[in-house]
Design a protein around this ligand. Structure first.
Ligand SMILES: Cc1ncc(COP(=O)(O)O)c(C=O)c1O
Length: 401
């Protein structure tokens, strides 16, 4: 089969909810990916921040294989010898108290929504069914019907209603608007600390600190979705650590599974997690021994290799160099750590055209929201490779003006 055959086969049998770039990958190692024609690419997308340790990271792979030698998925009908260890590692790492392991990011968010609503009812004494949650405009928290029910993006919602309601939106980064939107029935505010899918958008400095003060003052929970920004990506182990000690609840996913296996979690304070009782929530695969072994190793690598500090240093370098390109196509370069967005002047080119050009030159990235090229390379990338990527961006943009 050649490249076109693989693409045709996918197009025939897979529902069309993605618009992939036109290559067919069949091998990966570290920051590199290869297509079926043997061409080598640098992965500057990192599977949307999931591949933070590089493809087929040796330690993650070993954790998986070692665990496969002894026990796979017995379900949570029984205790296992890895789950408590995973819970402890994740709590110590996040500064929170208890964990509900799940599989996908969206499931971690759903878990947080359930926790917040039940907390609103059981602890805050809001009548059941009246609990409301405030979210940020431009949010992206996943694709379930509840979650898209509070998306402000019409494309995510069209034709999928009815939605169950119970959500109010405020502008991202506007603490005054949050405070004004709170009612006696509000049980939580859920937000990403930095909007990834929304176009690598950052809130004003001090916003999250104020948000926490407001949440405390009005007795509502602060839930942070760090599925994309967590695990070292923004230059701290968690993005919230740039401003606050800890939220009431935290959603994690993507890199928690080492880029190899789906592992997600909702992590919270004792008070929040205390609302769950047997039968109230669960997941057949969530927290299975393979997931636990990988999650533990992901945390170990992040700590031992100082990947958050590395992301901070390399991210600054990347932003500085991209800004220095002074390309007439670039409107803005922004981001934190190794999560960087390059906004393209929309009247000059689309972000997709830039991604296609970069692909031609062996650099993989992806557009978001039409105008932004998203860069999220593995945190293990070397500086010289980062420099090659910037040189490649310069060359590509140079050919496009
Ligand atoms: C902030 C955020 N939350 C949740 C999700 C959903 O994660 P998943 O695709 O694993 O369900 C994503 C995915 O991009 C995300 O960026």
């Amino acid at each position: 089969m050649d490249t076109q055959d693989y693409i045709t086969l996918e197009r025939q049998y897979l529902a069309r909810m993605y618009k992939p770039l036109s290559i067919v990958l069949n091998r990966g190692e570290g920051i590199w990916l290869w297509d079926t024609e043997g061409k080598k690419y640098m992965d500057f997308l990192g599977a949307y921040s999931a591949v933070s340790f590089g493809h087929l990271n040796k330690r993650i792979r070993k954790a998986l294989i070692d665990q496969l030698d002894v026990l796979d998925v017995p379900s949570r009908a029984f205790h296992t010898d890895r789950l408590g260890e995973f819970g402890k590692a994740l709590c110590e790492f996040t500064g929170l108290d208890m964990v509900q392991p799940m599989n996908s990011g969206a499931e971690a968010v759903e878990t947080g929504i359930k926790a917040a609503r039940r907390w609103g009812h059981d602890v805050k004494k809001i009548p059941d069914g009246k609990q409301r949650i405030i979210a940020s405009h431009g949010n992206f928290h996943g694709r379930t019907t509840t979650i898209i029910g509070f998306s402000s993006d019409a494309d995510y919602r069209r034709g999928f209603g009815p939605f169950d309601g119970g959500f109010d939106l405020v502008p991202f980064g506007d603490a005054d608007a949050l405070e004004a939107a709170i009612t006696p029935n509000t049980c939580a505010f859920i937000t990403e600390p930095l909007q990834g899918e929304g176009g690598i958008l950052m809130a004003p400095k001090g916003w999250l600190k104020r948000v926490q003060e407001i949440c405390k003052k009005h007795n509502i929970l602060l839930l942070l979705d760090e599925v994309q920004t967590g695990m070292g990506r923004t230059g701290k182990n968690f993005c919230f650590q740039h401003e606050i000690d800890r939220p009431d609840g935290l959603m994690l996913g993507k890199a928690l599974g080492g880029g190899i296996y789906p592992v997600s979690a909702f992590v919270g304070t004792k008070e929040v997690m205390g609302v769950f009782d047997p039968g109230s929530h669960g997941s057949t695969f969530g927290g299975n021994p393979i997931a636990a072994a990988i999650g533990i190793e992901a945390i170990n690598i992040l700590k031992e290799d100082g990947l958050a500090a590395r992301a901070a240093e390399l991210g600054d370098h990347l932003q500085r160099r991209l800004k220095g390109l002074n390309s007439p196509l670039i409107k803005e370069v922004r981001g934190m750590g190794l999560l960087v967005g390059m906004e393209i002047h929309h009247e000059k080119a689309t972000a997709r055209q830039v991604c296609d050009k970069l692909l031609e030159k062996g650099l993989l990235s992806k557009d978001t929201h039409g105008t932004v090229v998203r860069f999220a390379p593995p945190l293990t990338i070397e500086k010289e490779n980062l420099d090659w990527a910037v040189d490649t961006v310069a060359e590509a943009l140079g050919e496009m003006v």
